[in-house]
Design a protein around this ligand. Structure first.
Ligand code: PAF
Length: 319
């Protein structure tokens, strides 16, 4: 049961914005790897009031862990102590959820964006120009988690988490060490500099798997069939061309190999976009194939296959 609390006496300095499957997974993994300082980790909700909530976590071996968790409200003065913020909301929620908090967080807060797709980093970087002590790291994770109920998530798949500094003040070595501790649980965690190339690689994976599984109504594995090969090649070729004009050199053969690896590794999964469409939720299409089209337009390039997927998925959302 959620109770309304007064200001916490022990203010957290690491917070996660977004209590979806990945946000809660990150919360539990940070708590497990920072056992001596679990009280310094909290979630931030959309509510104005702070609450205490019991969260449950089923780990990869099936063990269930329970944890009393502080869920900071957006009016909590304790936000001023937060100096590391992991943003785990969907791409289309980043600006509305994060920008109003920038003034309330520690003036030295370092922000880590962890979502599918690209685009919100441009808006956040622009806003951070007004907060010279804050900084931005971008990342992506291939870990998988399933929300069993509102406050219970299950870890359903290992995957690599890739991170890299983008702009503003750099992460302090103390905070970087706290993130690095996530390695402890057999998890692959990589730091990349510059980070944008790995984010474009992940964009390619999402630009192929997400819209095609949503449109063809299938599990990821079905995309390994020959009938999809031509379309997959066309999506990747357009993306590689747009990335080049954006200053990112990608090898189409390597990208294609990586896309097919992920299709195989996640064969039984239904992609996040498949699930968003199935549950009549907004999708991240504007930040995946839509971002490719936006950058193509900027550089006066054609990206007809990505454009068609964008329109078809937006159409699915209207049904
Ligand atoms: O969005 C997703 O579903 C995932 O990022 C991925 C890697 C495509 C696997 O389903």
């Amino acid at each position: 049961m959620a109770n309304t609390l007064t200001i916490p006496s022990n203010s957290p300095n690491i917070a996660i914005l977004g209590a979806g499957a990945i946000g809660q997974l990150m919360y539990h993994q940070l708590c497990q790897s920072n056992e001596q300082s679990v009280n310094s980790i909290a979630l931030i909700s959309r509510q104005t009031d702070t609450q205490q909530q019991q969260l449950q976590f089923t780990d990869h071996s099936g063990l269930i862990h329970s944890k009393d968790t502080l869920i900071l409200g957006t009016n909590d003065p304790g936000l001023a102590e937060v100096n590391l913020l992991l943003v785990c909301v969907k791409a289309y929620q980043v600006a509305t959820a994060l920008l109003p908090l920038l003034n309330k967080l520690s003036p030295q807060c370092h922000i880590v964006l962890l979502h599918n797709g690209l685009g919100p980093h441009l808006v956040v970087a622009e806003a951070l120009a007004q907060h010279p002590g804050q900084g931005l790291t971008l990342g992506t994770t291939s870990q998988a988690a399933l929300k069993i109920s509102q406050w219970h998530v299950k870890h359903t798949g290992f995957g690599v988490t890739q991170l890299g500094y983008y702009c503003g003040c750099k992460l302090t070595s103390e905070l970087k060490a706290r993130i690095d501790k996530l390695h402890q649980d057999n998890q692959a965690l990589e730091w990349h500099q510059p980070v944008l190339a790995v984010l474009w690689q992940k964009l390619a994976i999402n630009a192929v798997i997400n819209p095609l599984t949503a449109l063809y109504h299938c599990a990821n594995g079905q995309l390994a069939n020959d009938e999809y090969r031509q379309q997959i090649t066309a999506i990747i070729d357009e993306l590689v061309n747009v990335a080049k004009w954006d200053g990112i050199e990608l090898d189409p053969a390597l990208i294609s190999t990586r896309v097919y690896q992920v299709i195989k590794l996640t064969a039984a999964n239904f992609s996040s976009m498949y699930q968003d469409v199935a549950h009549h939720r907004a999708t991240e299409i504007n930040y995946i194939n839509g971002y490719i089209c936006q950058q193509a337009q900027l550089h006066r390039l054609a990206a007809p296959h990505n454009q068609q997927l964008l329109e078809q998925v937006l159409q699915l959302n209207r049904l």
